[in-house]
Write a protein that binds this ligand. Structure first.
Ligand SMILES: Nc1ncnc2c1ncn2[C@@H]1O[C@H](COP(=O)(O)OP(=O)(O)OP(=O)(O)O)[C@@H](O)[C@H]1O
Ligand SMILES: [Mg+2]
Length: 416
């Protein structure tokens, strides 16, 4: 009855706003549906909402919160959608939106005099795969082959770079190389990591309910708890504080680990690891065998991402932490130079497994070829990529025959 005198076009508009404001994300709903948008940020009242677009980088939108009330209400709505609570008493909240995106807000003018703010890191439904990283030139097929071999042999690594460099995405892509039935535990503040493995426990921190830190469960608490859960691989989304110490303790006592950390260089990372609050003893550092540096670089005027260096960590005779470079990106011709024949870890694996150094190097070569073949044959989808890796572990000939052009196909879920 209410809509008796309403024209069909007005009714459609009505439905649009219902859908957008009651079920969707309100004024930023369109941004939340755009696959090309990586970040959405609102800096306060009277300023345009900015997005970070995959192709056009940081650009302002025509969405401008005009009133304090409108913006405060939007922030409250977003936080409520995440099942959390924001108020003047707890004006800083991190949460996860229903679609998996990460959101950080400040409420009213309590700590942000320009008004409420929010920053959203969009979640990718389909995690980036190592074949996509190779296709984009972020890494070479040989780097993928190297990590595949290293993770097969339980080596640990740490990904470094600035905010938004692509550390978590790289870690996730490499984690698909872990053997299918290994026990993996991930520990994160917001669940971002997505694995194909079945034997996987995901742990996520809990914020406190009250203003005091009662009932809060931190990264430190969780990482400590994992040591009793006997993981083969312990993955900590990002290390920032004392949890780093526990992670390094774990990798020094026979577990394998991976994590990411903000740092501009290997040296800065080592300094940060050895200073408070992490306080990691220098002798602990080499157990985190590989350090990876990711940078956002400009190539032909376009901003893109490159793994610029992969280094193996060791301690020299004077007790100083040093790096043996195995891959280095050359900005002049945009290629990854390989020094993998000098790899210290390849020698360690050879000692441990009884295989010749050449055999281990050949295995890296074979796996690089499989990766190149997958890229050439358009195998980019997360499930398909995982299927190939897992099949290679259980039935290597099946994959090799296909790569070498013989009969037999690995069955993937989607046809490519
Ligand atoms: N190689 C890539 N190609 C295209 N997009 C990428 C690539 N790596 C990451 N991204 C996108 O960039 C954004 C940031 O990536 P990611 O979360 O991996 O960065 P990060 O370094 O872990 O950031 P933070 O420091 O905030 O944790 C995400 O939207 C992700 O999908
Ligand atoms: Mg990250």
């Amino acid at each position: 009855k209410l809509f008796r005198n309403v024209s069909p076009s007005s009714f459609a508009k009505f439905l649009y706003y219902m859908d957008r404001d009651l079920l969707g994300y309100g004024p930023i709903d369109a941004l939340m549906r755009d696959e090309n948008i990586e970040d959405i940020s609102c800096d306060g009242v009277g300023r345009p909402v900015y997005v970070f677009h995959r192709r056009y980088e940081s650009i302002p939108t025509n969405i401008v919160p005009i009133t304090d009330k409108g913006l405060d209400d939007l922030v409250v709505k977003l936080i409520h959608m995440s099942g959390r609570h924001v108020s003047v008493a707890t004006p800083i909240v991190d949460a996860q939106l229903p679609d998996g995106s990460r959101i950080a807000v400040t409420y009213r003018r309590e700590v942000s005099p320009g008004g409420s703010t929010f920053t959203i890191r969009r979640f990718r439904k389909n995690p980036l795969t190592f074949t996509e990283l190779v296709k984009f030139g972020n890494i070479s097929a040989e780097i993928a082959g190297y990590f595949w071999t290293m993770l097969d042999n339980g080596r640990s690594f740490l990904v470094l770079g600035v905010t938004g460099a692509g550390k978590t995405s790289f870690l996730n892509a490499m984690a698909t190389f872990i053997r299918p039935h290994m026990k993996i535990i991930t520990v994160e503040e917001v669940p971002e990591i997505n694995l194909p493995h079945k034997n996987w426990v995901r742990l996520v921190t809990r914020q406190s309910y009250g203003s005091e830190k009662i009932n809060e469960i931190t990264l430190f608490d969780l990482v400590k708890a994992t040591l009793r859960m006997r993981p083969d691989y312990l993955i900590v989304g990002e290390i920032r504080g004392e949890e780093a110490y526990v992670l390094f303790q774990a990798v020094n006592t026979g577990h394998s680990g991976m994590s990411t950390m903000h740092a501009e260089s290997f040296e800065a990372a080592v300094n940060r690891l050895m200073s408070p609050p992490m306080n990691i003893p220098p002798a602990y550092i080499p157990a985190m065998s590989i350090f990876v540096m990711i940078k956002r670089v400009k190539i032909g005027g376009r901003l893109t991402r490159r793994v610029t260096e992969v280094g193996e960590v060791y301690m020299d005779d004077s007790g100083k932490i040093r790096f043996n470079t195995v891959f280095k990106w050359n900005p002049r011709n945009d290629t990854h130079e390989s020094y993998v024949s000098n790899s210290v870890l390849v020698r360690q694996i050879s000692d441990m497994t009884g295989k010749d150094v050449d055999e281990v190097l050949m295995e890296i070569g074979t796996r690089s070829k499989i990766v190149s073949w997958m890229v050439e044959n358009g195998i980019f989808n997360f499930e398909d990529v995982s299927t190939y890796v897992q099949t290679y572990y259980t039935n290597p000939d099946k994959v090799l025959n296909q790569v070498m052009g013989k009969v037999g196909e690995v069955e993937t879920t989607t046809q490519v």
